[in-house]
Design a protein around this ligand. Structure first.
Ligand code: TRP
Ligand code: SF4
Length: 404
């Protein structure tokens, strides 16, 4: 059953610029895995977005697209509940991006904070490109083409969802005003049955007269559940609550994922650009070595020098991984120099290896049988395309591009 907004639909993407690490696991993937049980989830590898910054050497993208997807699967993203696909395999995103670009004022893109921030941060790259300026608008197309209601993103991406809302509003404003709109909307209300029609009118009144946003969302939920209304009628009535035109592209909400608390090996946030990561599928021996050479409280020069866990990056890992008991043991024995850092670190190593072992094993099964992943992605691409094509048909119709 087609719906106007898929309020329950979740969409998120990840740029494919290298293998994933513990930060991605705790910051993003665990969240995706939880969402997939209650929402209609679409997760995709954003290879075009990766290209905006890696256009000079795209080999890294090519090499990481499937690696990243294997990481998702190994971490528990379930292709039975979530649609997993690759952005460039659904070229409808590009057409919607192009069409939206016609109505997007340059200033909106120039003012997106990530535009200047990233240019500053990635000074070694020339990001004064058309593609990079359009990055957030491509993201808007990713979201709007699925009419997603919810977009799980980190803090840095909230402005992109905000732009998406503005672009959707502008689109609906420009193209949602058909001839005889009010009459058609009134006729659609008549198709809802007496009780629901009355409820709709009440909610509409509450929203229009008192600006009651709860009435707006209740009204929209009511429409979602009306199985005898056509998509067109639902779009009319969605917009008619507010008094605007048809809502062809619904405005998404961002679902803010709390900043990942994963510390890096050096105590800064774990990030590829700091070179302080532990890979999701990294070999145990390599992880062990990395932890072994982690810096500790500099006061602990000799075994007999007491330390302070607050000044030690290893402690940050204990906070994430250790029981109260182990944490108390660290506090006590570090400050009294009762243990050496090697013993203290061993507990962290054990915990990390234990967490990653099932992920590495699951990933290995996919690596050993690449056909499975190809099939999952091929099916995901198709499922995504079906939805994307429907939206694009509506968009073309609304913009007067449906002639043959
Ligand atoms: N820009 C996002 C990031 O850097 C990735 C992304 C691309 C995305 N398209 C999206 C996220 C659509 C959410 C929805 O993390
Ligand atoms: Fe850090 Fe542990 Fe060494 Fe203390 S004992 S300095 S917490 S590694």
């Amino acid at each position: 059953m087609a719906t106007v907004s898929s309020l329950n639909r979740v969409l998120s993407g990840m740029r494919t610029t290298g293998k994933l690490h513990l930060g991605h696991y705790h910051g993003v993937l665990k969240n995706w895995v939880n969402l997939q049980h209650e929402h209609d989830c679409f997760f995709f590898a954003a290879d075009w977005h990766a290209l905006t910054t890696h256009y000079e050497d795209p080999s890294i993208i090519e090499n990481s697209v499937y690696d990243v997807i294997i990481d998702w699967l190994a971490a528990g993203v379930n292709p039975g509940s979530a649609t997993i696909f690759i952005q460039s395999k659904v070229p409808e995103h590009a057409e919607l991006h192009l069409l939206l670009s016609m109505i997007t004022p340059l200033g909106w893109l120039e003012r997106v904070p990530t535009f200047k921030d990233q240019q500053e941060k990635l000074k070694e790259k020339d990001l004064a490109t058309y593609g990079f300026l359009g990055y957030p608008l491509l993201q808007s197309a990713d979201i709007l083409i699925y009419k997603a209601g919810l977009v799980p993103v980190g803090e840095d991406q909230v402005s992109h969802v905000e732009l998406t809302r503005e672009v959707a509003r502008r689109f609906n404003h420009l193209y949602g005003r058909e001839k005889g709109y009010e009459e058609k909307a009134e006729a659609a209300i008549g198709k809802m049955g007496r009780k629901n029609a009355k409820l709709y009118k009440e909610l509409q009144k509450r929203y229009r007269e008192q600006g009651d946003t709860e009435a707006l969302s209740t009204g929209r939920a009511l429409l979602e559940s009306q199985h005898n209304l056509s998509v067109g009628d639902k779009e009319r009535l969605f917009g008619f609550i507010e008094g605007g035109g048809k809502v062809i592209l619904p405005e998404p909400q961002s679902l803010l994922t709390k900043a990942s608390k994963v510390p890096g090996l050096d105590g800064q946030k774990m990030s590829k650009s700091y070179g302080n990561t532990i890979g999701l599928r990294e070999e145990p021996a390599s992880i062990e070595k990395k932890i072994k050479i982690m810096p500790t409280d500099p006061a602990r020069v000799r075994l007999t020098d007491p330390g302070d866990p607050q000044k030690c990056p290893v402690w940050q890992f204990h906070l994430m991984y250790s029981s109260e008991e182990v944490k108390a043991w660290v506090q006590e024995s570090c400050t009294t120099a009762a243990i050496g850092c090697i013993d203290c670190k061993q507990r962290v190593t054990d915990a990390v290896l234990k967490e990653l072992q099932p992920i590495r094993e699951a990933a290995q099964e996919y690596i050993d049988d690449p056909k499975i992943v190809r099939t999952i992605v091929a099916e995901g691409n198709e499922r995504a395309r079906d939805v994307a094509r429907d939206t694009l048909d509506e968009v073309r119709l609304a913009m007067g591009l449906s002639y043959r």
